[in-house]
Design a protein around this ligand. Sequence first.
Ligand code: GLU
Length: 541
Amino acid sequence: MTDQPQPVRVRFAPSPTGKLHIGGARTAIYNWAFARAHGGAFILRIEDTDPERSTEENTQIILRALRWLGLDWDEGPGVEGTCGPYFQTQRTATYEAALAQLKESGWAYPCFCTKEELDAKRAAAEAAEGGYAGYDGTCRAIASDEAAARIAAGEPHVWRLKVPADHGPVTFHDAVYGAMEFPIDVMDDMILQRTDGTFTYNFCVVCDDAGMGITHVIRGDDHLSNTPRQVLVYEALGAKVPEFAHLSMILGPDGKKLSKRHGATNVEEYRDRGYLSDALVNYLALLGWSLDGETTIISRDELCRSFSLDRISKKHSIFDEAKLNWMDGAYLRELAPADWVALAKPWLAQAAIDGAQAPAGVTVVPTLTKDEQKAAEAVTRALPDGDTPEQWEAALAAVDARTGFYEAVHPLIIERLERLDQIPAKLAFLFWGPNVVLDEKSRDKVLLKEGARADEALAICRAVLADEALPWDAEVLQEECRARGEAAELKPKLLFQPLRVAVCGNMVSPPLLESIVLMDRADVLARIDSVATESFGAGAL
Ligand code: GLU
C-alpha cells in the first residue's frame, strides 16, 4: 500500500504573554496561507501554561488581532473541532495520558536528584574539562521497584525522557533549512513533568501537535534548538514527526531584532495607526517569502492560492516601514470611495473634531518640522484628548450622515495618502468654519512676501467666490479666477497660492477649488477676510 498524503493540518500556537507581535503575525499568516493553499486546516492553539506571564487579556488581544488580520481559524477558541480543547491549560489530561504511555513503554523514568545535587553536578562539570553536557543520567540506573517505593513514600521527583543509549543522531527535515542533524550526546534526558506536577513546554507542544494531527510545524527559528528534543518525544510517543519550517527573524532597519526601539511592534498598533489589514498581511507575507521574486502586490486570494514552503527564505528580513507605507497607499487607492469612507470613518470623525477645535479668527501657528508633522499625522483611533465619548459618537454619526460629502473628499486626498491616520492632519481645515489656523512659514512666504501682490490676488479670488451668480463649482470658479488674474497680470501660482494659504492655512493642501466647494461659501469668505486683515491690516481687500 502506498502512503496516502495526509491532509495538511497546521497550527499557530501563541503564548499569551504579550500582544500579537509582528513576527508572530507573520508566522500566523504563513500557517494560514499554507493551510488555504493546500485545502488543509488552520488551527489556533493558545499556549497559556506559564501562569505568571499568560493573561486572559492578552489572549483576547491576540484573538482580536488575528480576526482583524482576517486569519480565520478552522479550529481553536470559539471554533470547536475534534481535537480540542485549544488552550494548553485545559489539556492536562492529555499530557497525563501521554506520560502514562511513556512510563509504560519505558521511555520515561523518575528522577529524584534534588536541585542542590543537580547544581553541584553542574558546577563540578563546568569546572572540569569538557564542560557541562546536561543531566548525567544518575537516576536511570534506579531499579523500577525501588523507584516505585520511593514515589510511594512521597519523595519529590521529576519524570525524564529516557533516550535510548544507542540512539544515533537526531535528524529531521526542515523545509527552510533542509536536512538537519543533531548529535545525540548534546541532548540529555529532558524533563517531561516537573516536581510540582506541571509539564514542560517541549513535552506539551509535542503532545498537542501529535494529538492534533499537525503535519507541518511552521514557526520562528527561535524554536529550532527545541526541535531535536521534540523529535525525540515524537519517537517516544510513536507519533509521526511532522515537517518543520523554521522562519528566520524579522530585523529592524539597523539589523537588530525588531523591537519597541524600532517603533510599533504589535499588530493592534498598526491597526490604530491606520494601516489596512490587507496591506499589512501582504507586506508581512513578503518578509521572508516571495511569489516569484518580484511581485509585490499579492492579494489574500493569490496568497492563499500560491503560498508554498519552498519559497521561504533563510535570510533575515528587514522591516521597512517606508515600503509598508507605500504598500498601504497602494491598497488605499484600490478601495471604492464608499469602502474607503467606511474604513476611514474614525479618522474622518477625528478630522471633524480637530477642525471644530480651531480657535476663533486667525491663529498663526509655528511651522512644524518634518518630525513634528509626522507625529501630528500619527493620530490613533483613541479618543482624542478632551473629547467626551458623546462628542466622539456624534462625530462618527456625522460621518455616516454625510457619506456623499466624504465620497467627494476621497479623490482630493487619496493620491497621496499612505495611512488612514494621516487624514485628520490633511482634512481638519475643511471643518474650521470661518476660522483659520495659519502656518507661519506659509504666511511669510506667500502672503507677506515682498512684491508677491498677495493682497491683490486675494481680492480677485474673493470677488469671484462672492459672486452668487456663479455656480459653486470648482472648475467654473477656477476658470473665472484665472481669467481675472490674467487680466491683472497675475500668474496662476501668484493668484492661487495666497488663496490656498488663506483658506487652508498652508501652502500645501489638497486641490484647492475642489476643497473650497466642499465648504460653506460664507465661511470661505470669512476666512479670506480675516486672514487679509491679519496679514495686511483692516480694510485691505
Ligand atoms: N508558544 C510558542 C511561542 O509563542 C510557539 C511554539 C511553537 O510554535 O511550537 O513562541
